[in-house]
Ligand binder design. Structure first.
Ligand SMILES: Cc1ncc(COP(=O)(O)O)c(C=O)c1O
Length: 399
């Protein structure tokens, strides 16, 4: 039967992360792996969704009010003029917005620049659309952008660059200088930019989210993708959007309609309530996540991890194993699951370039662990106790 599969299907391999997920389920491990909250979504938006279902908003739908709110927000927060009638497409989460964007802009052989490490789904979407991912590594420990490396990665075949800030997995927020370098390269090479801004409201230490589209000459060449998922703790609702110049938005809309017809109607209705949340809602979200970040950084420091870089946004920590630990990321996570009953993600799945092997055999791309702290305080406390107990038992010596 395998012979019947398409080349695309055959090229998609299960990652070590999937195998570890199964092990974690068997061991009933506390989940610090996956990027979804385990605490309740805001009551008022849940009520809005229930009311929408009870009012029979249950058929295919396009809720134009979402576009109006998103356009207002772009004006209010970023000073960008976006036409809600033509420039916004409601999709099934950022994931579909991104995939539809790739199908809208990529011709076979077009190159798309990605930073390394990066969120896993981008390269698959690019490849499925016939494009070729080109990687530019961010330099550890602070995941800085090397302007020369970036410039060298652009060619006449470059169709777009993908920018995710705040960044999964590292928690990096790209600086204004870095954004200017990216914008300059896009202008020089007449390239598009596709941004993933799902963590725009989860940002710390007085950092400010700047949309790349705001930089001179960039709005006309930028497709912004985002969603309700992370900001409102509703990753299962599947409501997101793409914002683009009208001709590109129209192509994304056509593809979205062919792929899924429309995003879930009752949740689109409830999005109207979410998008009118008070400024206090966003402030509380940020402050709550800041406390969780500090809690988990402190915990990991207390058992021997060294934070050369503290995340400035998103709800992930991407941290190198202590030097005393000679295990690879996968071996470490396997032990964490079996011996502590906690699961995190081995970092290697986020790196795409061929690893540079060091003499000690384990390359730096195999030494990072991603912890997700989008969890209730009860979950984080329980995980902390288990992790401490494990390290007190001599886990580090065991490494
Ligand atoms: C960087 C990034 N983009 C997009 C998504 C998925 O967003 P959505 O639920 O809107 O599809 C995730 C989920 O983990 C993410 O980390």
């Amino acid at each position: 039967m395998e012979g019947k599969l398409s080349a695309v299907a055959k090229s998609l391999k299960p990652s070590p992360i999937q195998e570890l997920s199964l092990l974690a389920q068997r061991c009933n491990a506390i989940n610090l792996a996956e990027g979804f909250p385990d605490f309740p979504a805001p009551l008022r938006i849940k009520h809005a969704a229930i009311q929408a279902i009870n009012s029979d908003f249950n058929q295919y739908a396009h809720v134009q009010g979402i576009c109006d709110h998103v356009a207002n927000k772009m004006k209010h927060i970023h000073g960008l003029d976006v036409d809600p009638a033509t420039d916004i497409v409601i999709c099934c989460g950022q994931t579909e917005a991104f995939a539809a964007t790739m199908f809208a802009i990529i011709n076979p052989g077009d190159e798309v620049i990605l930073f390394d490490p990066s969120f896993e789904t981008y390269d698959t979407c690019i490849t499925m659309a016939g494009g070729v991912p080109v990687y530019v590594s961010l330099e550890p420990p602070c995941w800085t952008l090397d302007a020369d490396k970036l410039m060298k990665s652009f060619t006449s075949r470059t169709k777009a660059i993908v920018l995710n800030s705040p960044h999964n997995p590292t928690g990096k927020v790209f600086t204004q200088d870095e954004l200017e370098i990216i914008a300059g390269a896009c202008r020089t090479w007449d390239s598009l930019a596709v941004t993933d801004e799902v963590y725009e409201h989860i940002i710390y230490d007085n950092e400010k989210h700047i949309s790349l589209a705001k930089l001179p000459g960039m709005q006309r060449r930028t497709i912004i993708t985002s969603s309700l998922s992370k900001t409102f703790s509703v990753t299962g609702w599947r409501i997101g959007w793409a914002i683009a110049p009208s001709c590109i938005a129209s192509a994304i809309r056509n593809i979205h309609v062919k792929l899924t017809d429309s995003a879930p109607a009752p949740f689109q209705e409830a999005a109207l309530t979410a998008l009118t949340s008070s400024p206090e809602y966003f402030e509380t979200l940020k402050n709550d996540y800041l406390k969780k970040r500090d809690f988990i950084v402190e915990l990991l420091e207390s058992v021997g991890f060294d934070f050369k870089f503290k995340p400035k946004g998103s709800f992930f920590l991407f941290v190198k194993l202590p030097d005393s630990c000679t295990l690879s990321d996968v071996e470490f996570v396997e032990k964490l699951i079996k011996q502590a009953g906690v699961v995190a993600v081995p970092g290697r799945g986020f790196f795409h370039q061929v690893a540079e092997k060091s003499q000690t055999a384990v390359c730096y791309q195999d030494r990072y662990i991603r912890f997700a702290y989008c969890k209730s305080n009860a979950t984080l406390n329980a995980a902390a106790q288990k992790i401490k107990r494990l390290f007190n038992k001599g886990f580090s010596a065991d490494c």
